[in-house]
Write a protein that binds this ligand. Structure first.
Ligand SMILES: [Zn+2]
Length: 278
């Protein structure tokens, strides 16, 4: 049985209200030992945390998404930091810069992002970073943060993960150098994902994790449908093809990478705790 981990989803959101338990059950049945569900505002992060308390498979992340930066008050950012200290919260995210849709003013996005890098440093948990059409600003920002942090979290873990990575292999290498991991999204299965395929070929497996970003971006086999955590298996299959290694190696290595990055002991995952056999 493969061990898989979906490092980025939004399964606490309303798209899953009708069948959330079934979706989580299917994920566990298909070999997932963990799912992270990420908040996009303080209130939304509170809901992510609430879900993680109801399902041992689910972990939460707390953050203000760049789309929502304009609305976030200082009080929200303080509340978020308190949520981020909860043991079920394993990352500060989803945070970042989105200069493609520009749903919040760019200077506000930058200020809210920087404030949440400070949160990460204070709570000692990695960041989950969204960067779209914003690498010219993102890279220098993370360079100076990485320098200030000594390239690692205080406990030696990587600083975070570049979620739904969509830039080229040279930029991926630059983020690795700063202490980040690269998250490969299920869209790696799409026929036009040539740049992401190149990133996968060029980046050592020990720096890769997998994600669905559910409900967004279903893999090719389910294109046009709602994405769900179980489909992370599609990404592992494609990564195995691209790297020319067995799919079990991809599943196992990326899962171990996720457990290490997010500080989750293997014994905390339900299938291991049950002593589940194959
Ligand atoms: Zn997301």
């Amino acid at each position: 049985m493969m061990r898989l981990f979906d490092t980025h989803s939004h399964i606490h959101d309303k798209d899953f209200d009708a069948d959330r338990d079934a979706i989580i059950g299917r994920a566990e049945h298909d070999g997932l030992i963990g799912i992270i569900t990420l908040g996009v505002t303080a209130e939304n992060s509170e809901r992510a945390l609430a879900l993680s308390r109801r399902h041992s498979l689910v972990w939460a992340a707390a953050g203000v998404h760049p789309h929502d930066a304009a609305e976030a008050t200082d009080g929200d950012l303080d509340a978020l930091e308190a949520i981020a200290r909860d043991p079920r919260v394993v990352a500060v995210g989803e945070i970042g810069l989105d200069f493609y849709r520009n749903l919040s003013p760019r200077d506000r996005q930058t200020a809210v992002f920087r404030r949440q890098l400070d949160t990460s440093a204070r709570v000692g948990k990695p960041v989950a970073v969204h960067a779209r059409d914003a690498h010219d600003e993102m890279l220098p920002l993370l360079e100076s943060w990485s320098r200030a942090m000594g390239g690692r979290l205080p406990d030696g873990r990587p600083l975070g993960v570049m979620h739904y990575f969509s830039a080229d292999a040279a930029l991926a290498a630059a983020y690795l150098k700063l202490g980040f991991m690269i998250s490969v999204h299920t869209s790696v299965t799409h026929p036009k994902a040539a740049m992401l395929a190149e990133v996968v070929r060029e980046t050592p497996l020990q720096y890769l994790v997998l994600e669905t970003d559910s409900p967004y971006g279903a893999p090719q086999r389910f294109r046009g449908k709602r994405n769900e955590p179980a489909y992370v298996a599609e990404a592992s299959t494609r990564v195995a093809e691209l790297k020319g290694v067995p799919v079990e190696t991809v599943a196992d290595t990326t899962t171990n990478n996720a457990l290490r990055l997010f500080g989750i002991p293997p014994s905390a995952s339900p299938s291991t705790a049950k002593g589940a056999s194959a």
